[in-house]
Design a protein around this ligand. Structure first.
Ligand SMILES: Cc1ncc(COP(=O)(O)O)c(C=O)c1O
Ligand SMILES: *[C@@H]1O[C@H](CO)[C@@H](O)[C@H](O)[C@H]1NC(C)=O
Ligand SMILES: *[C@@H]1O[C@H](CO)[C@@H](O)[C@H](O)[C@H]1NC(C)=O
Length: 503
């Protein structure tokens, strides 16, 4: 918790009244009609795939792999039908390649299709759009400036590769240095870095728990956490999203019986949560989970992929945001891909924990280590956030991000849109419910030179399509006002202002 002065000299509190009220719901007929819409689409897709199989229509995919008919199909039937006949019609709004730095403005490669979306071809031209889709929360994604210069200096000094694992020849002095930097930033004893965020979770959870353990996992935890949990072989119980009381209830129920894997009492309990949920924009109820962790002597694992850098006056994440002690969080994990605009992930905590990971994690034993210029980017970004570079730039960045997040979200709500998540979160999901509407939303925004991310099935449930805005400290008030004006127009045209309750 804390306060910072913004440019106008007024105090900005970094901690607003957190809201754990129920997720806002649209009027009942919205979900009913959205369900009907999905039904019609899936029915249409089913008929189309039937015609396909009877050979009555041309199907590009089929033509290319006739040989496959002798094998069991690689894909699941529903997903294949969805991809070929629903998703295909929206390939213009997804996987849009960028061809520049993902800052507040980004360059996109223009594309067209001449085969109903089976393929997208480049026109050869490019356009510049206001970028609301990158995880560039603090605006460190630049190709010039002090971070980029430091990265270039590291390449001159050390090259790009370390060419070995941590336990063999890849243990470079720069790793030790950045690990100290991260541990100090988080006020914990020690830290270790890995070259990929996803692998940091997938490779390290199995080093912490085994088949005799119990994992309590938030229903909306990221795929990397789910992968790590499954690889560990532990018994996994899921609790309702960000609901500490439900977590406690599930935990108590589980403790009434023994581990189904070993037939014995659980050897340890691990609660896994995220700082900010990237599809919901929720900030975790950290004090609630710390209380449970203490009460049941469970370990707490916190993934700060989207919250490190992005909340708290010096970007130290949800512990700083809530005013919690980081020593109450047993395993602090985060990625270096988002706020710090680098690549890789870290685990931080007690020296004992980190030494254990150094020794037993598949990631340290079998994977090569993080590249020096990526480390330079992290070193410099953290120095700026702490103010050890001697400037106020870090403070200004976090204040700007917070102001942008609150301003944008409040304006969207005032316009009548239905948005999920916490007021202070830089991730702002605008609910369109219908997949067809989210696609149209994205197309229309692009016509006004705004690049947004449209999210639908399978990343969300079929009925919960949404636009996911990611704000950045690099967005100016002019950017946001222009975007809000365009979004109001698109909201009118697509009839997606579901926050205006009619019933
Ligand atoms: C919560 C969470 N954990 C881990 C990751 C994986 O990190 P990376 O993309 O750096 O591999 C992500 C990525 O989006 C994430 O959202
Ligand atoms: C790597 O080197 C550091 C010293 O720079 C040492 O402390 C550490 O134990 C080494 N090994 C691993 C696996 O990190
Ligand atoms: C959207 O609709 C409202 C109400 O019909 C109207 O007042 C407003 O001017 C419209 N905005 C835009 C940008 O078209």
């Amino acid at each position: 918790m804390g306060a910072a002065k913004n440019k106008n000299g007024s105090i900005v509190s970094h901690h607003s009244q957190a809201n754990f009220d129920e997720t806002p719901q649209p009027a009942f007929y919205v979900l009913l009609l959205a369900r009907f819409n999905v039904f019609v689409m899936v029915f249409g897709a089913f008929v189309a795939s039937l015609l396909d199989r009877l050979g009555l229509v041309e199907n590009k995919c089929k033509k290319d792999d006739v040989r496959l008919k002798d094998f069991a199909p690689i894909d699941n039937h529903f997903d294949a039908m969805y991809t070929n006949h629903i998703y295909r019609l929206s390939t213009d709004v997804v996987n849009r390649p960028i061809s520049g730095v993902p800052g507040a403005i980004v360059r996109l490669k223009d594309r067209y299709t001449d085969d109903h979306g089976w393929t997208q071809k480049f026109t050869g031209s490019e356009s510049e759009v206001i970028n609301l889709g990158s995880y560039n929360y603090l605006g460190f994604s630049h190709c010039s400036g002090s971070c980029a210069e430091e990265a270039a200096a590291y390449i001159d000094r050390y090259g790009v590769a370390c060419s070995g694992t941590r336990q063999e020849r890849g243990n470079h002095s720069v790793h030790k240095k950045v690990e100290r930097t991260i541990a100090d930033y988080l006020s914990v004893e020690d830290a270790i870095v890995f070259p990929m965020g996803f692998a940091t979770n997938a490779m390290n959870i199995p080093a912490l728990v085994d088949k005799g353990s119990l994992i309590l996992s938030d229903r909306l935890n990221h795929a990397s956490l789910v992968t790590g949990c499954r690889l560990s072989g532990a018994t996994i119980k899921v609790f309702r999203h960000n609901d500490a009381a439900h977590c406690e209830q599930v935990l108590r129920d589980a403790l009434c019986s023994v581990s189904p894997r070993t037939g014995q009492k659980y050897n340890k309990i691990l609660i896994i949560i995220e700082g900010i949920y990237s599809m919901e924009g929720t900030i975790v109820n950290l004090p609630g989970f710390i209380e449970i962790k203490k009460k049941y002597r469970a370990y707490l694992f916190l993934d700060e992929a989207h919250s490190i850098g992005a909340v708290g006056p010096t970007g130290r994440g949800v512990a700083e945001y809530w005013g919690c002690n980081t020593r109450d969080i047993d395993i602090m994990m985060g990625t270096l891909t988002k706020s710090f605009a680098s690549a890789g992930g870290y685990m931080a905590g007690t020296k004992r924990l980190i030494d254990h990971i150094r020794r037993y994690s598949a990631g340290t034993c079998y994977g090569t280590t993080m590249s020096p210029p990526l480390i330079a980017q992290v070193e410099k970004a953290v120095a700026i956030m702490c103010g050890t570079d001697g400037t106020q730039i870090g403070r200004q960045k976090s204040t700007q991000l917070l102001e942008n997040s609150r301003y944008f979200r409040q304006k969207l709500k005032a316009l009548g849109f239905l948005v999920y998540g916490n007021d202070d979160s830089p991730v702002v999901p605008l609910m369109t419910f219908y997949i067809t509407k989210v696609v149209e939303f994205s197309r229309r925004a692009l016509k006004h030179n705004i690049g947004i991310v449209a999210v639908g099935y399978p990343a969300t449930p079929l009925l919960e399509a949404r636009v996911r805005f990611c704000l950045s400290a690099d967005h100016t008030r002019e950017h946001l006002d222009y975007i809000l004006k365009v979004i109001e127009k698109i909201g009118n045209e697509t009839n997606t202002m579901y926050g205006k309750s009619l019933f």
